[in-house]
Each structure stands twice: as structure tokens, then as C-alpha cells.
Design a protein around this ligand. Structure first.
Ligand code: PLP
Length: 433
């Protein structure tokens, strides 16, 4: 039974994609803890495998609990369809592997999560997919790095640690002219930014962060806008426009036409999820869907608390730099205001006058903030990226992504602002500034 249609995220996160279980009437999304599904008869099975009909075959490829989460995320972003996977990392990897093969390349912003950087710089490269990193402050850098084998552009909406918003519409327009889709990792800015409204073709998420919101479950999502014309420059996208030997010669853009503009996501599901296997478990899909129901309320509070913390830090003598869109000026601020309509997000970076040693003392002195490698939890979190999340990058790579030695990252939670500031105050005092 499908859910309510609405333009409003507050309603969609509760109602899109599901109303009640058709057999039991259950209102909460049921956890379909099953590997496989009984076919009605031999012809039904044949039709499902031939993609003449969409339906459940095996939980590695699709599952009804996961399906509700996929439909809700697609609705929230204004997309045509979505594919849940086991982690944000799997979402990033599959989003590119779906278009690029050995010998192809992708142009990516330098401003990336450390794990994504490693995936791009080392693992994809070892598979023969070259990722060309460019500085996103000038959108034209994407055009300059493009050649005939460029299959996609990739960036994060609100990349930490720099927290400088990516010029989505500018780069999407450069790509569209050449038949190159822009893939946006919107993990740090759900609801604050809708990348499809600015021309992005594909969105990826780590659901582990704000979407799940409670630090319980790892998950990822790929969302297809359904608005990118893969056939306009069909040489550019052979995986979707040429016969695919791994699915008895299907040309994906033709094969799925009766089902809607979902060639990209159908190939990701039926080829990559089938072959590589990073499926989200139904239990994690349930946990993440539960978190998603309160995302609009939580994002409001994350943003309100972070604005207050950023202003408070900026007024202190022992803090030399505060990194948060509210503190930016010039082009960075213009982009933040153009793309983040609902708030500047919950992440803050700062540097202490006492450098890396003061940063370490600060982290060790925190009492309420958790010292963890995560963001987007309901609780406030802190970490020192240079010695943790970004430690596998070379010093030059760290600087390119914006990690300096003394940088401390905060993910501001939902606690009362007085308690957040009190913990920061005592830890700053203990750090010696
Ligand atoms: N993208 C961003 C922006 C992230 O911050 C992370 C994780 O920190 C990921 C992707 C990877 O997600 P996951 O940890 O769910 O694999």
C-alpha cells in the first residue's frame, strides 16, 4: 500500500512509500527478515528474472523493508528511484562503478571524506578507473580535467573539514553539455540542500549519519533523479546505452523504458548489487527508516545549536579560526546561502592558538562530547581528523582536503545548548588554548 504524496519533507518522511501492511495492517514499517520470496508460479518467476515485472526475488537485490526506505529517500529528494546499500562507502563506489570501467576516468572535487579519497585515489585506480582530483573553488576545473573517457563528476555538497559548499549548478551545467552526470554526496546536508533542484543527476548518502541519526546502523543510498538524458551523448555512457553482456545483452536505457527513467538505478541494482553484493540488511533498513521519521526536526536543532556554537567559538581569544558557513565571507558564503536554504548544518571546525597539542588536550578533556569517528549523531561528537579520519592521506593530500594539524571537528548534537557550551568551555580551559 503506498503512502501520501506531499511536497513537504515533514510529511514524506512519515508517509512516503508505505501506509500500512496489506495483510496485517501494521503501521510501523515491518522488518521483512527473509532471504527469498515464494514465486506465484513458473511464469511469474520467469517474468521477474526477465525484468518484465518488478518484484521480490532475493534480499541481496531487493527487500520490502529496504524498499520503503528507498522510496522515502527518493521522494524526499524528488528523485525517480533509489537503491539502498550496506554503507556510504558502497554507495560512493557503486555510483561510479555503474558508469566507469577500466580505462575510464571520473573528475572529483578534492574536498572529500577521507574514506572516499582513499577509495578514489587507490582502490578505484587499482581497478583501472582513474579519478582526477580538482579544486572546486573554480567550477571550470571540471571542464579542464575532462576528456573523451570521462564518465562522471563527483563532489560533496558540504564537505568537511573545509565546509565550503560545492558549486552544484555550475558544475552540473558543464557536465550536462558533454553528457557527464554530476554525482553529489549529500551526507552532511540532507533537507538543507536538494541537489537535484540544482541539476545534479545522482545523489549518494551515507545513511549512517543524519538520516539514521542515532549512531546505530551503517547504511548507504544512491538516488537517481531520473532527469539525466543518458542517450543525449550515448558514446559517453556505454554501460547504459550499449548492450550489457552481463544481462543477456540488455541496453539499459531501452530495457527499462516501460518502467520509467530509471536505467541508472536499475543497472546498479541488477548488475552491481547482484554481482558485488553490498546489500543493506532489513534490520538496518528498519533502524534507519525509524531515524528518518524525525530528520526534519533533528536537522532544525542541529543547525540552530551549531550556529550558536560557531558564534560562541568565534568570540573567543584562544580559538584562531572557526570553520562554519555562518562565519564565511565572499564567494564561499554566497554559495552557502545559495545552496543551503534551510540552515548551515551541524558540523563545525576550529583551530586552537596552541596548535596540535592544544587540540589533543581539548579532545581528551571533553566530558559530554563523544570522541568518535562519526558525524550526524543525535549526540555531540568531536575528533581530530589529522590523526584519525584523514590519517591515511599524505600530508599534501591532507592539506588539499583542508585538514591542518590543529583542526578539531565538532558534530553538534541535539543536547541543550547550555550543556554543549559548558562542555566546550571546560575542555578549552583544560587545553590551555
Ligand atoms: N560520505 C561522507 C561525507 C562521510 O562522512 C562518510 C563517512 O564518514 C561516508 C561517505 C562513508 O559512509 P559510511 O561510513 O556509511 O560507509
Amino acid at each position: 500500500m503506498s503512502g501520501t504524496k506531499s511536497p513537504n519533507p515533514e510529511t514524506l518522511v512519515l508517509h512516503a512509500g508505505y501506509r500500512a501492511d496489506s495483510t496485517t495492517g501494521a503501521v510501523a514499517v515491518p522488518i521483512y527478515q527473509t532471504t527469498s520470496y515464494q514465486f506465484r508460479d513458473a511464469d511469474h518467476a520467469r517474468r521477474l528474472f526477465a525484468l518484465e515485472e518488478l518484484g521480490n526475488v532475493y534480499t541481496r537485490i531487493m527487500n520490502p523493508t529496504t524498499g520503503v526506505l528507498e522510496d522515502r529517500m527518493a521522494a524526499l529528494e524528488g528523485g525517480a528511484a533509489a537503491l539502498a546499500v550496506a554503507s556510504g562507502q558502497a554507495a560512493s563506489a557503486l555510483s561510479l562503478q555503474n558508469l566507469a570501467s577500466a580505462g575510464d576516468n571520473v573528475v572529483s572535487s578534492t574536498d572529500l571524506y577521507g574514506g572516499t579519497w582513499n577509495l578514489f585515489a587507490n582502490t578505484l585506480r587499482a581497478q583501472g578507473i582513474e579519478v582526477r582530483f580538482v579544486d572546486p573553488s573554480d567550477p571550470e576545473n571540471f571542464r579542464r580535467a575532462t576528456d573523451a573517457r570521462t564518465r562522471a563528476y563527483y563532489a560533496e555538497t558540504l564537505p568537511n573539514p573545509k565546509l565550503q559548499v560545492f558549486p552544484i549548478s555550475e558544475v552540473a551545467a558543464i557536465g550536462r553539455e558533454a553528457g557527464i552526470p554530476l554525482i553529489m554526496d549529500n551526507t552532511a546536508a540532507p533537507l538543507l540542500c536538494r541537489p537535484f533542484d540544482h541539476g545534479a543527476a545522482i545523489i549518494v548518502y551515507s545513511l549512517t549519519k543524519y538520516i539514521g541519526g542515532h549512531g546505530t546502523s551503517i547504511g548507504g543510498m544512491i538516488i537517481d533523479s531520473g532527469r539525466f538524458d543518458w542517450e543525449a551523448h550515448s558514446d559517453r555512457q556505454p554501460n547504459l546505452t550499449q548492450p550489457d553482456p552481463s544481462y543477456h545483452g540488455a541496453v539499459w536505457t531501452d530495457a527499462v523504458r516501460p518502467l520509467g527513467p530509471i536505467a541508472y538505478i536499475m543497472r546498479a541494482r541488477t548488475v552491481l548489487l547482484r554481482d558485488l553484493g553490498p546489500a543493506l540488511s532489513p534490520m538496518n533498513a528498519f533502524m534507519i527508516a525509524q531515524g528518518l521519521e524525525t530528520l526534519p526536526l533533528r536537522m532544525e536543532r542541529h543547525c540552530a545549536n551549531a550556529n550558536k556554537v560557531a558564534a560562541w567559538l568565534a568570540a573567543r581569544g584562544d580559538v584562531t579560526r572557526v570553520i562554519h558557513p555562518s562565519q564565511q565571507k565572499g564567494e564561499a558564503r554566497r554559495r552557502a546561502d545559495a545552496y543551503l536554504k534551510q540552515g548551515y548544518g551541524g558540523l563545525i571546525g576550529f583551530e586552537l592558538a596552541g596548535g596540535v597539542d592544544a587540540g589533543r588536550r581539548f579532545i581528551d578533556a571533553l566530558k559530554m562530547f563523544y570522541h568518535v569517528a562519526n558525524i550526524g549523531d543525535a549526540r555531540s561528537l568531536a575528533i581530530h581528523p589529522a590523526s584519525t579520519t584523514h590519517s591515511q592521506l599524505s600530508p599534501e593530500e591532507q592539506l588539499a582536503t583542508g585538514v591542518t594539524d590543529g583542526y578539531v571537528r565538532l558534530s553538534i548534537g541535539l543536547e541543550h545548548i547550555d550543556d554543549i557550551l559548558a562542555d566546550l568551555e571546560q575542555a578549552l580551559a583544560a587545553s590551555g588554548g
